[in-house]
Ligand binder design. Structure first.
Ligand SMILES: [Zn+2]
Ligand SMILES: [Zn+2]
Length: 340
């Protein structure tokens, strides 16, 4: 079967590998129908992903078709032929975090396609309890569920309520997802970015009420939209340390700041300003089963029109060729995906 291996930084290779053995107990064997590409894959490609070893099979945003099911000791609703997506965070189930329900932040968590081999291959065996099926979502929508779940989880962390104002800093796919779920939670949504193509795409999204050009005076633009110029919840989805440290300035007194993206370094902030606002700072990591269910329900109900988001690609050969340029915001690609 076809398998794409990232041998070392900048070296993606299409190879032929033996298919996996029949599924073990509590596993399903699945055909990979779509693979979404995200920033994590770019970081791995460019050698910037922490705790990453080579060679590695990338791919954690997957639409899958059930080919076979192993014996299962856990209840499930999967049948051969079903389409599903995968929650790609492999947690231990026994650590204190897992026991307390923080399965997305397990102390030994491994993500498919990052810490262990992922879905850039024609057939894969996966744990049944990580699969979420949908009777109505198509392959492209299923390959977007994980990405949306990241934004959905960030919004859940914020506990934002109807009538609040959310500022989303950085409207790449993850920020757009946070914007959509903040909107679905009843918030007024302001999006901020420095990239012209990203702002132009954000303008087409009905979930976003206002846009702010990050290259201009942000405070002035915020003041024109909110009486005191400070949104109650700020989501930073840039993955830029400079932006994340700057985002403290935009949060209302009594407000919340959620770091959706992360960067490799220390965040510093002025404590008197932080205290004066009695601000709450959240990290948001991965997503929970509940987030996946909420995203799938929102997509099934057509609350988000994802068709304009997707740049398709029909062959792994072309994917390897196009990979580096897909991820440059200047190309206007919101979400790239391919199939075998
Ligand atoms: Zn991703
Ligand atoms: Zn655990």
């Amino acid at each position: 079967m076809k398998t794409i291996i990232l041998r070392e930084p900048y070296q993606l290779e299409l190879t032929d590998t033996p298919p996996p053995p029949p599924p073990a107990a509590n596993e399903a064997q699945l055909r990979v129908r779509r693979v979404g590409i995200c920033g994590t894959d770019l970081h791995a490609f460019a050698g910037r992903q922490p705790f990453f070893t080579y060679p590695r099979i990338l791919g954690h945003e997957l639409a899958l078709e059930v080919l076979a099911l192993g014996d299962s000791s856990i209840p499930h609703d999967l049948a051969v032929g079903d389409l599903c997506c995968v929650r790609p965070y492999i947690n231990c189930g026994v650590c204190d975090a897992c026991q307390r329900g923080f399965v997305n932040a397990c102390t030994t968590l491994q993500t498919l396609g990052v810490h262990r081999d992922g879905g850039m291959r024609e057939i894969i065996n996966l744990p049944i309890d990580k699969l979420h099926k949908s009777p109505t979502l198509d392959e492209e929508e299923l390959a977007l569920v994980e990405m949306f779940s990241i934004g959905c989880h960030a919004v859940r962390r914020s506990a934002i309520t109807p009538g609040e104002t959310a500022l989303v800093v950085g409207v790449g796919p993850i920020g757009l997802g946070a914007a959509h779920f903040a909107h679905l939670a009843g918030a007024r949504v302001i999006a901020l970015d420095v990239s012209e193509p990203r702002l132009a795409f954000a303008r087409t999204q009905p979930a976003i009420d206002h846009l702010i050009d990050g290259k201009g005076d942000v405070h002035e633009q915020l003041k024109a939209l909110i009486p005191d110029g400070l949104p109650t919840v700020v989501f930073d989805a840039t993955g830029s340390g400079a932006s994340m440290m700057n985002s403290f300035k935009y949060v209302a007194h009594g407000g919340k700041l959620v770091f959706v993206g992360l960067f490799q370094g220390d965040v510093t902030f002025n404590d008197p300003e932080f205290h004066r606002r009695e601000m709450t700072l959240f990290a948001s990591r991965n997503a929970t089963p509940q987030d996946f269910q909420q995203v799938m329900a929102a997509l099934e109900a057509k609350h988000i029109d994802v068709k304009p988001w997707i740049t398709r690609c029909d062959s792994p050969e072309q994917m390897i060729q196009d990979f580096p340029k897909w991820l440059d915001p200047a190309n206007g690609v919101v979400k790239a995906m391919f199939k075998f």
